[in-house]
Design a protein around this ligand. Structure first.
Ligand code: PEP
Ligand code: MG
Length: 879
């Protein structure tokens, strides 16, 4: 097995084997770009390492040594040679990019002897000892698991002693002193000396990088981004070039386009006289790339040209790491750049317009879940904002919450239902669970390419970083505003950030929901040309319907009519209807509800003029509209304790309590709900049907094109639907009168009980359409309560990989999916034109949409904000 592949032997097509970084370094090397020579240890080795119980495979180190000999020859240096020491970096490189999640060691090959060699060779002892102390720190952290602060604290003290603030002001003697202290830390914490044998350094470093594949933050990142654990990482070993050798050296990161907005300009940051980690770790705040044009015009020109070349080569925006060593440019990495959703859309559309890619490719490049981010919130208020400071606008969107100052608290408070803003001096990848839990992230240090920014952008979280005006202490920050006001924000205080402008604002602010941009509309139009699956929406109000239509919904797939019963002024009428003791009382309450429902339907029909509107008749058990039993019992105790309490009130309470007791069911989700309610209490359904068709008549009078589909919930037996259909037809005929002969409407059913799916052939006899209610269908197929499972065993199931996903989020293809396929096939065998769709939560999930496309459904229906996502995913399913 070839475990080691030199850069000059690889290419971009070998990404699975070489990881993204290794494959790209090989591709760049072969394109003649200035890449320091190196080689890649393949991802196969990582898998073997884990399979063998964390043992490097036999023979690997021989291949590594052979490759090192080649590097020595290429550079005219020797690994461990005190006269001309060869130094290398050892970096991770997974197949799917996971920025900052795994480990890197730079300057490997330095020891007490070679450092002297490097000092005399470069004539720069300050530089040589700086490299050495960095190696010991990184090595200590990555190989021996010693916390970084143990080293940082000593560095901080040294700088205090020397009365300097920048690393570059520390002398060679200063570094030598620090090296002594660092070695003591290693001895104390690792129980051994820092290895002086360079071959041992190399073997330990390779193993540590493989180990870092399974560190906690990498595991969290993989879970969030659905990267398989089996993928493994490659290890790249590359000869060092130095950005910290003097004032004609530097290092930086550039994106070929702005990763936040997509603007086609070179974008990025650099630091003079620094090593790569200084930029990405966010320890020093770097300088915008345009300044390099002033400081080193020739290098800048070469960088601009190289960036253009790379972008054309990869036909996508690139994220490039470079180093300048004594005025010469080197490329250390290129990869497709992470970007905000806004940038992703703009870049995809621009690349089509520039003739680089076609429209299908542009649609394919959009991560559907990113559209959630694109439709991000913005601050919406006329009131003056209490702006505390401004940082870098690192990831767009505005967020409000309470300030928390560490990731664990962020996670705990968010779990308890609080919205939090995570405030850190800089985030390290260990904070990823806090970032995930927070509404937004604020840091006082670090640039736009720091970990905080990259990770937040990837997750679509608002982020402001490098806000240096904040003076952070343990659980608070102090800041002096532009007006000179001194403010302290403590843990739990309300705080807002605006990731689009970088503003940090005291208190909560109201947020405006987003709208579509021109580029997104263009992309969605392209998606519409491609897809065959239609996209409907779940909407219960005229406002939601209009919003969804503006996002491109082609109909309403589910209007949950019970939501129309839930407003404060309607609940008492609904309760009166439920509590009625005589038919007259009941009819009276229903008569009050009828015009209310009619008005809602008219509003929805107007908003959806010309498009189908699927109206589902009442579904939940009636007790959901009544107070719960415990509350009532407590209230009764209270009233009984008051001798002068109003007797009428007491009587009403008793009546309510009796009714609640009668309606009580042990398993209400399996009880009197859906069509069962319609069959035993037909007058409620009759009222609803009457309201629908009265609304139809009034809209027809307004010359609107009304297309109602009446949907019966929770059908499990064909006879249920047969009777319900008769009810709908009778009532519709009654209301429509002479229009009944010409006006077309459909009657269909939800398929959300497994028996309905299994007997779909019988049910189709009475149905014009099937809508798969996959929330209930998942609940009843698995036998998992949709209301309880998630906080309980289901989380455990997903975490321990017993199940690949939460089946209430991602449709279970094998079980629920098979029922759907079966039902579609049986239904269409009876009625070839039977319309089929899905209206459970899965209608807005990419993987589930792919399934629906494959199963031949006509449409998916999802919440209004997911409509753009569904349009893109439906097109991708077609491609
Ligand atoms: C379903 O069960 O999937 C559905 C859409 O209905 P509800 O969520 O209202 O039960
Ligand atoms: Mg349901």
């Amino acid at each position: 097995m070839q475990s080691v592949v030199p850069f000059h032997s690889g290419h971009a097509g070998l990404k699975q084997l070489l990881g993204g970084k290794g494959a790209n370094l090989a591709e760049m090397t072969n394109a003649g770009l200035p890449v320091p020579p190196g080689f890649t240890i393949t991802t196969d080795v990582c898998r073997s390492y884990y399979e063998a119980g964390k043992q490097l495979p036999a023979g690997l180190m021989e291949q590594v040594h052979q490759a090192m000999r080649e590097l020595e020859q290429a550079k005219g240096q020797g690994f461990g040679d005190p006269a001309k020491p060869l130094l290398v970096s050892v970096r991770s490189g997974s197949v799917t990019s996971m920025p900052g999640m795994m480990d890197t060691i730079l300057n490997l090959g330095l020891n007490d002897e070679t450092v002297q060699g490097l000092a005399s060779l470069t004539g720069n002892p300050r530089f040589a000892f700086d490299c050495y102390r960095r190696l010991i720190q990184m090595f200590g952290n990555v190989v021996f698991d010693i916390e970084t602060y143990q080293f940082e604290r000593l560095l901080h003290r040294l700088k205090q002693r020397l009365a300097v603030s920048l690393d570059s002001e520390v002398s060679a003697e200063g570094w030598t002193e620090l090296i002594g202290e660092y070695k003591t830390v290693i001895r104390k914490e690792a129980g051994r000396e820092f290895p002086q044998q360079v071959e041992e350094q190399l073997a330990l470093a390779i193993e540590a990088v493989f180990r870092s594949w399974n560190n906690a933050r990498a595991q969290v990142y993989r879970k969030v981004h659905q990267i398989p654990d089996e993928q493994g990482t490659a290890v790249n070993i590359q000869t060092m070039v130095f950005g910290n050798m003097g004032s004609d050296c530097g290092t930086g990161v550039v994106f070929t386009r702005n990763p936040s907005t997509g603007e086609p300009v070179l974008y990025g940051e650099y630091l003079m006289n620094a090593q790569g980690e200084d930029v990405v770790a966010g320890v020093r705040t770097p300088v915008p790339i345009a300044k390099l044009g002033e400081e080193m015009p020739l290098v800048f020109d070469q960088l601009v040209r190289t960036a253009e070349k790379l972008e054309r080569h990869y036909t996508d925006m690139q994220d490039i790491e470079f180093t300048v060593e004594q005025g010469k440019l080197y490329l250390l990495q290129t990869r497709n750049g992470k970007r905000t959703a806004q940038a992703a859309v703009k870049i995809a559309v621009d690349l089509v317009r520039e003739g680089v890619i076609d429209t299908g490719e542009a649609v394919n490049r959009i991560e559907p879940f990113h559209l959630d981010q694109l439709l991000h919130r913005a601050i919406d208020t006329d009131k003056p904002l209490h702006v505390l400071a401004a940082g870098l606008p690192a990831s767009p969107g505005a967020a409000s919450g309470v300030a928390v100052f560490d990731a664990d608290t962020a996670e705990a408070w968010a779990r308890a239902g609080r919205k939090v803003i995570l405030v850190r001096s800089e985030t390290t990848p260990e904070d990823i669970h806090g970032v995930l839990a927070a509404e937004g992230v604020l840091t006082s240090r670090g640039g736009m390419t720091s970990h905080a920014a990259v990770v937040a952008r990837g997750m679509g979280k608002p982020c402001v970083c490098g806000c240096e005006a904040l003076r952070l202490t343990d659980r608070a920050f102090a800041v002096t505003t532009a007006d000179g006001e001194a403010v302290t924000v403590r843990e739990g205080d309300a705080l807002s950030i605006d990731g689009a402008t970088g503003r940090v604002i005291l208190g909560e602010v109201s947020l405006r929901e987003p709208e579509l941009t021109g580029e997104l509309e263009q992309l969605l139009d392209w998606a519409d040309e491609i897809r065959t699956l239609e996209v409907y929406t779940n909407a219960d109000t005229p406002e939601d319907a209009a919003k969804a239509r503006s996002f491109g919904a082609e109909g309403i797939g589910l209007c949950r009519t019970e939501h129309m019963f839930m407003s404060a002024e309607r609940v008492p009428v609904v309760q009166a209807m439920i509590l009625a003791e005589t038919a007259e009382e009941r009819a009276e309450a229903l008569a009050k509800l009828l015009p209310m429902q009619q008005e809602d339907f008219e509003g929805i029909f107007r908003a959806m003029d010309g498009l189908p509107v699927t109206i589902r008749l009442l579904d939940p058990p009636l007790h959901e509209f009544l107070p719960n039993m415990e509350q009532l019992v407590v209230e009764r105790e209270r009233l009984n304790g008051q001798p002068d309490a109003d007797p009428d009130r007491k009587e009403r309470l008793e009546k309510l309590l009796r009714k609640v007791r009668t309606l009580h069911e042990m398993n209400p989700m399996l009880g009197t709900r859906g069509c069962r309610l319609g069959l035993v209490l037909p007058d409620i359904y009759e009222m609803q049907i009457e309201a629908v068709f009265r609304a139809v008549l009034s809209c027809l009078r307004e010359q609107l094109d009304v297309r109602p589909d009446i949907m019966i919930p929770l059908v499990g037996h064909a006879n249920e639907l047969k009777r319900m259909r008769e009810l709908v037809t009778r009532k519709a005929d009654e209301v429509l009168g002479e229009f009944a002969r010409t006006f077309r409407y459909r009657v269909g059913t939800m398929i959300e009980v497994p028996r309905a799916a299994v007997t779909a052939g019988d049910i189709a006899q009475h149905a014009d359409f099937f809508s798969f209610g996959t929330n209930d269908l998942t609940q009843m197929t698995f036998g998992y309560s949709r209301d309880d499972a998630e906080g309980k065993f289901l989380t455990h199931y997903v975490e321990t990989k017993l199940l690949p996903d939460n089946p209430f989020q991602v449709l279970d293809r094998d079980g629920v999916g098979t029922l759907i396929e079966w039902a579609v096939e049986r239904g269409r065998a009876v009625k070839p034109k039977l319309k089929t769709g899905i209206c459970g939560e899965h209608g807005g999930d990419k993987q589930s949409i792919f399934f629906c496309h494959g199963a031949g459904l006509d449409y998916v229906s999802c919440s209004p904000y997911r409509v753009p996502l569904a349009r893109i995913a439906a097109a991708q399913a077609q491609l």
